[in-house]
Design a protein around this ligand. Structure first.
Ligand SMILES: *Cc1c(COP(=O)(O)O)cnc(C)c1O
Length: 358
């Protein structure tokens, strides 16, 4: 068996100790005689797995007591609808900030449920974040939605917007990469498959006064109040993905929590940006003030070398480096599970490739 360094943007790499533990427990979870996949979600074994995962996540993120933590299905894309369905609370309008592809998708979906005011937008083709003092907020917005890290373009907020309306964040590709102050947010959601666990579970962290007034017609499984009251088990939850996410939370705690993750992530990303910036052969198109810690797009000065670069990287055990199909070039995703060694190997490979082709 030989494992590669996997720079996939999602589903992304998982920590090897987590995969090993899941493998060890595959056939017989701790003397239960069965796999977690085979357990009743209402049995005491799975209920304990679920509760421990939630407790660990609450501890890692210091989630205040007046927030519910939900483990739902439907992905972040499902929540593009779930957010307006739950948070409009009788209002007709919501504010959205558009900083890239995922923001745009969230805006399009919200438009099915309410009047969307795009309070600010990055200029087309410019990878930056419009300054807060240029945002045109509405007086009657039910909430303000933004995407703290645009996974495709690698544009990340390194600040939390201050607004009067409840703040809603699609943290799919940045949650757990560093500490955050949950109390600044009304709702945080994240598909798990970037930095949390396997695809299939979607985290929602929501302040409890914001739920309980879902739009008529909201599917019961996406009514956050119903799910909060049912411990996310109004229907069968994604049990196995929930369990593996729980193993990831334990792993993060063992590594020293989010301060330790932030330290490691900062070092990794500095290694890569430094290598890109030091060369004329590679470049990163993002405004330096909003460069992502998690998704680093870069292009070769001569794009005709892209295919060779990717093939040779693959041979060197460095995989899934192609940029998103909508933008091309390269993208290295450096989620928590990517060790410093993987980034060091990538940077060495890039220097060697440049020597041979530059
Ligand atoms: C991947 C991603 C999504 C879509 O997630 P799904 O789980 O596939 O619906 C939405 N927003 C961001 C920021 C993402 O990175």
């Amino acid at each position: 068996m030989s494992r590669v360094f996997n720079f996939s943007a999602g589903p992304g790499a998982l920590p090897e100790p987590v995969l090993r533990q899941a493998a060890e427990e595959m056939l017989d979870w701790r003397g239960s005689g069965m796999s977690v996949m085979e357990m009743s979600h209402r049995g005491k074994e799975f209920v304990s797995i679920a509760a421990e995962a939630e407790a660990d996540l609450r501890a890692i993120l210091s989630v205040p007591d007046n927030y519910k933590v939900l483990f739902l299905q439907g992905g972040a894309s499902g929540m593009f609808a779930g957010v307006p369905m739950n948070l409009l609370r009788g209002r007709a309008r919501a504010d959205y900030v558009n900083t890239g592809s995922w923001s745009k998708k969230a805006i399009a979906e919200a438009g099915k449920f309410c009047d969307v005011n795009v309070a600010a937008a990055s200029p087309e083709g410019v990878l930056t974040i419009p300054p807060r003092d240029t945002w045109k907020l509405s007086d009657d917005a039910a909430y303000l939605h933004y995407c703290p890290n645009e996974t495709i373009s690698g544009v990340e907020f390194h600040w939390v917007p201050e607004v009067a309306a409840p703040l809603v964040a699609d943290m799919s590709s940045t949650i757990l990469s560093r500490p955050i102050d949950v109390s600044k947010f009304g709702l945080i959601y994240a598909g798990a498959q970037k930095n949390v666990g396997p695809a299939g579970v979607t985290l929602v962290i929501v302040r409890d006064d914001l739920i309980g007034e879902a739009l008529p017609g909201t599917p019961t499984v996406w009514d956050f109040k119903v799910q909060a009251d049912a411990g996310s088990m109004s229907n069968t939850p994604p049990t196995y993905a929930w369990y593996v996410a729980g193993l990831v939370f334990k792993w993060i705690r063992e590594q020293g929590g989010l301060d330790a993750m932030a330290e490691r992530n900062r070092r990794k990303v500095e290694t890569l940006y430094r290598a890109i910036d030091a060369s004329d052969f590679y470049s990163n198109p993002v405004d330096p003030d909003c460069r992502s810690w998690m998704n680093v797009p870069f292009v070769l000065a001569d794009s005709s070398l892209d295919k060779t670069f990717l093939a040779e990287a693959r041979d060197a055990g460095l995989v899934t480096l192609a940029g998103h199909r909508s933008v091309g070039g390269m993208r290295a995703s450096l989620y928590n599970a990517m060790p410093q060694e993987g980034v060091d190997r990538l940077v060495e490979f890039m220097a060697d490739f440049e020597r041979r082709n530059g």
